[in-house]
Design a protein around this ligand. Structure first.
Ligand code: DON
Length: 315
């Protein structure tokens, strides 16, 4: 299908129900991440789709009220906080190009003076976290990120899952390597242990797909929480974050996601994807099983179906 179909709320309800029913029938569900032991415990049978629309409602189906670990999706919120506090100076620490490498890769750092390609690969998000720590102590920095997420979701019932944070602290050797490597180049300035500790904690934010959809509204509506809603960030910043989500939000699967779905999106190894249909809706989709490049298998398929049925592709 092509063109703008402008589905109304009743049609969106049908589309969400159709996608949830199709995903419930899927037997191939991908593989739940197990390199963070706590994440391996999640039921791969889960699926949810939630749309926070321009009309201010949430149209949701499946496990939309079950909390999950947002993991790398928190990199979007950390980036918004860092840009808000530090501004364009942030770009001296991190680039804006797709990496074409897996999310936890170290190879480019050695060739590129320790400067991570973009804020959504692990190295880039660790650099962004260090930049926030230039202004705040770890506890305050996490408080700033949580406060921002609660504000944009308009929901105070969002918190860090301490068991997930602890599990990653005990197993995140690759991230420790990235942080130490960047500390040697001077890309990060604080003690690597402090930086990855803060990073692991924001990755461990838990929220529901419904809350995630609401939290994405600031990207769908030019930095505001709805077409007429209160402002969260400057419009220019919202455009920049969307551009990075489109080009880098799925790591070495970013081209494929743009090709199939055509929306800015950010995935996490907890199986969540936050997608943005500019002017239309923010979308929270979740299914814990991952594909070969570490993005949710069913959420990617569901978003492709959604884009097809709504005509919401940005292209
Ligand atoms: O640093 C990590 O490995 C995790 N805290 C986050 C990685 C992640 O979500 C990659 N996304 N698909």
């Amino acid at each position: 299908m092509s063109g703008r179909l402008n589905p109304d709320a009743a049609r969106l309800r049908e589309i969400v129900d159709e996608i949830c029913a199709a995903m419930a029938r899927e037997t191939e569900r991908g593989k739940v991440a197990d390199y963070i032991p706590q994440l391996a415990k999640v039921d791969p049978g889960r699926f949810a789709l939630a749309l926070a629309t321009a009309e201010g409602e949430v149209i949701a189906g499946g496990d939309a009220d079950v909390r999950f670990s947002i993991q790398s999706i928190s990199k979007v919120f950390a980036l918004a906080v860092a840009l808000g506090r530090i501004g364009d100076q942030l770009w001296t620490r991190v680039g804006r190009e797709p990496s074409g490498d897996p999310f936890n890769s170290i190879v480019q750092l050695e060739h590129e003076r320790g400067l991570p390609r973009n804020p959504f690969i692990n190295a880039g998000a660790i650099a962004v976290t260090d930049a926030i720590l230039s202004r705040f102590e770890p506890r305050e920095a996490l408080g700033q990120i949580l406060q921002f997420v609660r504000y944009i979701a308009d929901d105070d019932d969002i918190a860090i899952d301490p068991a997930v944070a602890k599990s990653e602290t005990e197993s995140g050797w690759r991230n420790a390597a990235l942080a130490n490597f960047m500390r040697d180049f001077g890309t990060i300035q604080r003690h690597p242990e402090k930086v990855i500790g803060t990073y692991f904690h924001h990755c461990a934010i838990a929220m529901t797909p419904r809350q995630l959809a609401r939290a994405g509204r600031f990207l769908a509506f030019d930095g505001k929480l709805g077409p007429e809603g209160p402002r969260a960030i400057a419009p220019r910043m919202a455009r920049q974050i969307n551009a990075l989500m489109l080009t880098c939000g799925h790591y070495d699967g970013s081209g494929e996601f743009a090709f199939r779905v055509g929306l800015p999106g950010k995935s996490g190894v907890g199986g969540g994807i936050l997608a943005v249909a500019p002017g239309q809706a923010a979308i929270g989709c979740w299914s814990p099983g991952l594909n070969a490049v570490g993005n949710s298998h069913l959420a990617s398929i569901a978003l492709e179906m959604l884009a097809d049925r709504t005509g919401w592709s940005v292209f």
